[in-house]
Write a protein that binds this ligand. Structure first.
Ligand code: HAM
Length: 419
């Protein structure tokens, strides 16, 4: 038997309903905040991700699904959505008539990471991105929107961690101080951190290897190196979050795994998922639109790990799979013909109906109705045809009522609308 690829998964009926519910709550909230949906391709030129996420990140170095197409062009299954949304914003000159744009997009991403609970090679994200707003108020508003989504989904075991990564003015000074600190402790750092000390020393700040953690415990903090503008920006973000009653923690080690960030960065962490504690992450990327060939444009966004969110929301949920409203147990050819008509008419009236199309016995049809967890069974056989009344049986209470066969669909609709 052919099995699915390691790290990939099926989302089956029973679970899918939860995903749909989360998605519809997210869509309606985002649209209330003025976000418009954008749908972008699943594949892009490799260069787009390499340049925006950064050549020296884990994602680009070792996690992307990259392959040459038949003409030799290098393509990549998207590991995230931000780069594509930026590409689209620039390509369609969306900045021209109105640079302020808010987008959301929902879909699959691909990263060849080591699979474990909460970590997949195809996973889904719910993304929100804002272009053209430099004000720190939008940072706070975005985090507020994210916190509201968790609240609406009754997810309580979450906390926002925030940090500022500074800007091209203040970050080089910090990098130099960090590098000096790391150089003195190079022998205690893991091979990845050693290798990255030149190109991406910030990553050593959130390295999970215990010896690195210890060696980096007194590392200089970016927050002590922020320029006046970055400092003021961060103060306003914090003050606004307080005003909005969004609980948060300043986490000076939060550096994120993608290179395009500047100033505000944040993650939503949960205690419900074991090692994979980040259920959402995001931040400002003021330089990215320009870097990819567009005009100077402020931008900020986040992505929620949909799989992780569904896992948390699903912890307290029973099976959500919808049950049929009615199973029609029809006996004999004439009854089956009627059942087929009723089935179609009731389905389009919003009363989800199933019927047996194989001409089986009443006993096996009742068994099938039970297996499907049908709420009602409508029985119509020769006797019922003769008396002109079908029997509607409530499977939970076992109560039965007669429903005239003439005008049956209207009769059932009446019964259901009276419930
Ligand atoms: P990220 O932190 O790489 O950010 O991913 C965001 C979220 O996606 C993570 O917090 C996690 O919940 C989920 N996630 C990431 N990798 C996996 C995986 N292998 N399996 C399951 N879930 C995963 C970004 O992707 C940025 N583009 C976010 C952003 C948007 N920044 C600005 N705008």
């Amino acid at each position: 038997m052919i099995q699915l690829i390691r790290g990939f998964k099926d989302i089956l009926p029973g679970e899918v309903e939860l995903w749909q519910e989360i998605e519809s709550i997210a869509r309606s909230l985002f649209e209330d905040f003025g976000f418009k949906e954008i749908r972008i391709p699943i594949m892009e030129r490799t260069e787009l991700f390499a340049r925006s996420i950064g050549e020296n990140t884990d994602i680009v170095e070792k996690e992307m699904y990259t392959f040459p197409d038949r003409k030799g062009e290098l393509l990549t299954l998207r590991p995230e959505a931000t780069a594509s949304v930026v590409r689209s914003y620039i390509q369609h000159k969306m900045y021209a008539d109105n640079p302020v744009r808010k987008f959301y997009t929902i879909g699959p991403m691909f990263r060849r990471e080591r699979p474990q609970k909460g970590r997949y090679r195809q996973f889904y994200q719910i993304n929100a991105e804002v272009f053209g707003v430099a004000s720190p108020y939008i940072d706070a508003q975005l985090i507020f929107m994210l916190a509201t989504l968790f609240e609406r989904l009754a997810v309580t075991d979450v906390k926002a961690h925030i940090n500022s990564l500074g800007c091209p003015q203040c970050r080089p000074g910090f990098k130099a101080a960090l590098l000096e600190y790391m150089t003195d402790r190079m022998d205690r750092l893991c091979s990845d951190c050693k290798r990255r000390s030149d190109t991406n020393p910030l990553r050593a700040l959130d390295c999970k290897v215990p010896t690195c953690r210890e060696a980096m415990s007194d590392a200089p903090s970016l927050l002590d190196h922020l320029c006046a503008d970055c400092k003021a920006h961060f103060e306003t973000v914090k003050g606004s979050l307080e005003k909005l009653h969004v609980p948060f923690e300043v986490d000076k080690r939060l550096v994120r795994g993608l290179d395009y960030y500047s100033r505000t960065t944040f993650e939503i962490l949960t205690g419900s998922l074991g090692a994979q504690s980040a259920v959402a992450g995001g931040g400002r990327y003021d330089g990215l639109v320009r870097m990819l060939g567009g005009p100077e444009t402020s931008a900020i966004g986040f992505a929620i790990g949909f799989d992780r969110l569904a896992e948390i929301v699903g912890l307290n949920r029973a099976d959500l799979e919808k049950k049929p409203d009615i199973f029609i147990a029809a006996l004999g050819e004439a009854a089956q013909e009627l059942a087929f008509d009723w089935n179609c008419a009731l389905d389009i009236a919003g009363i989800q109906t199933e019927t047996d199309m194989a001409g089986r016995s009443l006993k096996s049809q009742m068994k099938q109705a039970n297996r499907m967890n049908a709420k009602y069974v409508l029985i119509v056989g020769e006797n019922e045809m003769a008396t002109g009344e079908a029997v509607l049986r409530n499977m939970a209470t076992k109560e039965q009522v007669a429903v005239p066969i003439a005008g049956l669909v209207e009769g059932i609709k009446g019964i259901f609308s009276a419930m």
